[in-house]
Design a protein around this ligand. Structure first.
Ligand code: UD1
Length: 366
């Protein structure tokens, strides 16, 4: 069996790493001339900065990509089209049995379209998630990918139920658990001894970890201006650590917004994987619009406020530590979280560090 594994953007890297390591372990354990699982790693180059890509390869011990498509940034159409035109010849040359895509970014849908039209089977890891909000670019990517993929590997039962509701045949659906948690389980202690919190001048459970980059929050001046005001206000009460995503930084410059001099507010460049999981585990609470951080905070039971009207990860709300908020309620919700328990919620089923094994089993069984 030969796989082409696709990664393109920051949230993809912690999802491909466990699968690659699982395949390597599987191949090392083969006996009596059993054929190995061959794989090639394709990096589309949707994210390309050292802090958005290289640091994740290094920390997650992902091998150097076999193929780099170097597509870079662009409008949705340009970025998706560039991935497609550059990925097609790779498929034709490599002739894989499966293209494996993860998550919901533009690279995911682009490579799925190419493979499906070439008659190559597609496995989608993190299938079935739905925000039911088609203004989100990722929701379009999820719907299209799941409609044409051949094997839909869901992280939680709600994902499988969404697919059934959309008429996807049962034999294509497998609930395998959350592969991102595999990376978390493997790497959660690797920052031990780092002086991250000390260097930032904060104490364990004494700071709010903030990440915001969704177009719905940062591409609109009014909403970004309120966020800037509210973060400055809360930072007077509890220190805020805010690594700024390139999209958010760019928009702040365009809109002429800045934080001014607020000592409690620590603005950073994007942080690597180890630092991000340390901040998530040790924070008093999170404020985010990231899908991944909703899940990682759920695993650590760290209270999380998600600045979005909906989430494609409802299990983080129903069993986990997550709650939705909006800019009007932000100040009150943050105050309430700071008054509430330091840890809350439970770890959902299948978020156990073994999703990659179940994914490889599913691929080998088809
Ligand atoms: C993308 C994904 C989003 C994911 C996010 C995580 C889509 C539709 N969106 O959004 O689901 O949550 O990644 O980060 O696929 N830029 C850099 N350096 C980089 C990459 C981007 O400076 O390495 C800047 C560019 O100015 C670019 C902007 O960030 O225009 C946005 O990047 P883009 O890949 O278009 O989308 P993200 O907002 O990162």
């Amino acid at each position: 069996m030969k796989l082409l594994i696709v990664a393109g953007a920051r949230p993809n890297f912690m999802k491909v790493a466990p699968l690659i390591h699982c395949i390597q372990r599987h191949n090392a354990s083969l006996q009596n001339g059993q054929p190995p699982v061959e794989f090639r790693l394709v990096h589309t180059g949707q994210h390309y900065d050292a802090q958005m890509s290289d640091v994740f390869f290094r920390e997650l011990q992902i091998p150097k990509p076999d193929v780099s498509l170097d597509v870079g940034s662009g409008s949705h159409a340009v970025q998706t089209a560039n991935v497609m035109t550059r990925f097609e010849p790779v498929c034709e040359q490599e002739k894989p049995d499966w293209v494996v895509v993860v998550g919901d970014v533009n690279s995911t849908v682009a490579c799925t379209l190419v493979a499906a039209k070439l008659g190559i089977k597609v496995a989608h890891i993190e299938a079935g998630l739905r925000s039911n909000d088609r203004t989100m670019p990722e929701e379009i990517n999820r719907l299209v990918t799941d409609a044409i993929a051949d094997l839909l590997l869901t992280p939680s039962e709600d994902g499988s139920d969404n697919l059934r509701r959309e008429g996807i045949a049962e034999h294509k659906i497998r609930m395998v658990g959350n592969i991102m948690i595999d990376s978390l389980v493997t790497h959660r202690n690797q920052n031990q001894g780092s002086k991250l919190l000390e260097n930032l001048g904060v104490k364990e459970r004494g700071f709010i970890y903030v990440t915001l980059h969704r177009p719905s929050n940062v591409d609109c001046r009014d909403s970004l201006a309120v966020i800037v005001k509210e973060l400055s206000a809360i930072a007077d009460q509890c220190p805020v650590i805010f690594p700024i995503h390139p999209r958010t930084r760019k928009r702040m410059e365009e809109f002429g917004l800045s934080f001014g001099d607020t000592p409690g507010l620590k603005l950073l460049d994007p942080v690597g994987y180890y630092d991000s999981i340390t901040l998530t585990e040790d924070a008093r609470c999170l404020l985010t619009d990231s899908g991944g951080l909703q899940e990682e905070s759920t695993y650590f039971r760290t209270p999380c406020l998600t600045l979005r009207p909906n989430t494609e990860r409802p299990v983080t709300v129903s069993v986990g530590s997550n709650r939705l908020t909006d800019v009007e309620r932000l100040r009150t919700d943050l105050q309430n979280v700071l008054l509430g328990p330091e840890r809350t919620g439970q770890i959902p089923d299948g978020w156990d560090g073994r999703a990659a094994e179940r994914i490889l089993e599913a691929l080998l069984a088809v």
